[in-house]
Design a protein around this ligand. Sequence first.
Ligand code: ATP
Length: 466
Amino acid sequence: MDVLVSLCKRRGFIFQSSEIYGGTGAAWDYGPLGVELKNNIKRAWWRDNIHLRPDMVGLDASILMHPQVWKASGHLDHFTDPMVDCKACQHRFRADKVEEQSWIHYCPATKGNKFEVPAGEPCKHCNVRRSLCPDCGKGELTTPRQFNLMFKTFMGPVEEDAAVTYLRPETAQGIFVNFDNVLQSMRLKLPFGIAQIGKAFRNEITPGNFIFRTREFEQMEMQFFVKPGTENEWFETWRAERMKWVEGLGIRSEKLRWHQHGKDELAHYAADAYDIQYEFPFGWQEFEGIHNRTDFDLTNHQKHAGKKLDYLDPKTNERFIPYVVETSAGADRTTLVVLCDAYREEQVRGEEAAEGGDQRVVLKLKPSLAPLKAAVFPLVNKDGMPELAHRIHDDLRRHFNVFYDDGGSIGRRYRRQDEAGTPYGITIDGQSTQDQTVTVRDRDTLKQDRVAAGKLVEYLTQKLAG
Ligand code: ATP
């Protein structure tokens, strides 16, 4: 993981939030390339889920909502994680995650030597299993207490109990409280979905693993409203759809699997839930959940708000509260999946090795997700090459996000763009100024094509569509 974190900083993908003050460890900032990558993922999600479906509409609800929302949704009473404290170093852990962390152990079989034992394994010297703090290895852990994950804040100028509200811990509630507005204004018929992308906040006990678990993050959520009795069928349909979408991002299928929640794992609103997990460098973990939320949320909002949130079936004249199948993905965790899956260290040979060294780090991002689609390089900064290169760059940037780089050897420039995941490198050389052709290097095959400068837009459009 460290190599990816360092590449993300080096190439302007992701920085620690407030790094000059030492960082927070719980929030991260997306740099110039990171924001492009995350936006490309969010755009793909929006297009595929909303624009390409006849039964879906979008929404952008506010982060601050009426505090009663969180009472009705069950988050005030149930949105908790079990927390334990180390009695020696006072570090705090999520009780259900302690077993999934490696742990520090002062082994009695080796005269008290200190070892880091991998998660879930006993010490290989004394065979003892974890019983003490994973960080200091000395303190006992307290019995678990429930800790509410919502960020409390005050709405308005007065800091009193009546003004308390919360930063939303999920975007879903904005959809539920707008159910009737959207239904009536868009004259929708079941089944249909409402989707949105937005920030959510959770005061996580143990944030960590880079952008995997943070206290501020973005969700891409969709609530699909269906007639009661059809929810299981829709649940399976959405499971299949979501896995297909994730694979469509170019993620290797052997790194993906399903995990069904056991009874003790289910969220307070869920009757059934499946996670899509990815094999991260720190193990298999969820990055998207598909949940059968039944009529839990609409029923509770109807009760607490005293407003009807049912649906009149125009065919049967029946009134009922729809059931909901939810798909809930983290935009940041999906970005992490994309980055982890694309990261490769490779040996190269021949001319490439002579120019840039025989090792390379490359992000094999699907071209449609790559922050930069191409980079333009004048081979040398003279003999008319920069002028032609600038003209080509100006022409291409009207169609694609492209980069101009004239610093250092051509081999180094290729390597920098490999690390940025840029699919094509366009070099303007001595021949270019004679016959207006350029070389186009393919990031993955390392093959170079000679292409007429005037045909570059057409050439790249075709390549990037594939
Ligand atoms: P976890 O068990 O990892 O805490 P969760 O089951 O609580 O996750 P959901 O409530 O189902 O997660 O949220 C849906 C999605 O939102 C997750 O699959 C994940 O991608 C994202 N997500 C949730 N919590 C965080 C977080 N703290 N940081 C980044 N992304 C998150």
